[in-house]
Design a protein around this ligand. Structure first.
Ligand code: PRP
Length: 211
């Protein structure tokens, strides 16, 4: 049996669709309700829904053998896991954005609001720009509108949130997508099952992404 942590929400549903196409789905998972654990004994998989940013914690500590996590979360938290596969879903970019017309004069510390302090810190350290990180947990776009920050470092998918709040992208510096990750010990002890699943998921992901 392989235990798989799925991120709650649309990304998790799309990841499950790939695993179902790879013969490892669990049909009941799509039924409405509050259940968190779903098993398909015949296919040798058990799924559980977790908060997206918690997926690497379950996998790193071995509570799950496998998980689906965005590259943004992996880069931010650097969990000690194997990254087996780019599923090609949940594609977006990590960007610096600011109110239209903003220009960084470089004269004072730049105030950066973000859910991703480590990614933001690394990005600006790479160019030697002193910054003050303001860690927020959501609705990051509000920060520069209310004068809490000069810029934001955040994910941009369609760009609508920025457009509707009169912000614009200054830099797109990372491509992001969902990854299949694995616990290191599980990769030793369940090697064949994990590699078989990853191989089938790779084939299925190509089909899903091509649609
Ligand atoms: C994410 C991200 C942006 C938005 C980008 O937020 O932080 O706010 O999606 O998507 P778009 O380019 O398609 O508009 P999320 O929906 O996760 O909510 P949050 O603001 O509460 O983090």
């Amino acid at each position: 049996m392989l235990d798989i942590a799925l991120p709650k929400g649309r990304l998790g549903e799309r990841a499950h669709a790939i695993l179902a196409a790879a013969g490892r789905g669990c049909p009941e998972i799509l039924e409405p309700g509050r259940r968190l654990v779903f098993e398909n004994a015949a296919a040798g998989v058990r799924f559980f829904w977790v908060k997206p940013s918690d997926v690497p914690i379950y996998v790193e500590r071995g509570a799950a053998d496998l998980g689906i996590a965005g590259k943004d979360i992996l880069l931010e938290h650097s969990p000690d896991v194997y990254e087996l596969l780019d599923l090609g879903i949940g594609r977006c970019s990590m960007c610096v954005a600011a109110p239209k017309g903003f220009r960084d004069s470089g004269e004072r510390t730049l105030r950066v609001a973000t859910k991703f302090p480590n990614i933001a810190r690394r990005h600006y350290a790479g160019r030697g720009r002193p910054i003050d990180i303001i860690k927020l947990n959501g609705s990051i776009e509000l920060a520069p509108l209310l004068g809490l920050s000069d810029v934001i470092v955040d994910l941009v998918e369609t760009g609508s949130t920025l457009r509707e709040n009169d912000l614009q992208v200054l830099e797109r510096f990372l491509g992001i997508s969902a990854r299949l990750i694995a616990n290191k010990a599980s990769c030793k002890f369940k090697y064949r099952d994990i590699m078989a699943l990853a191989g089938d998921a790779a084939g299925a992901a190509e089909g899903v992404c091509a649609k």
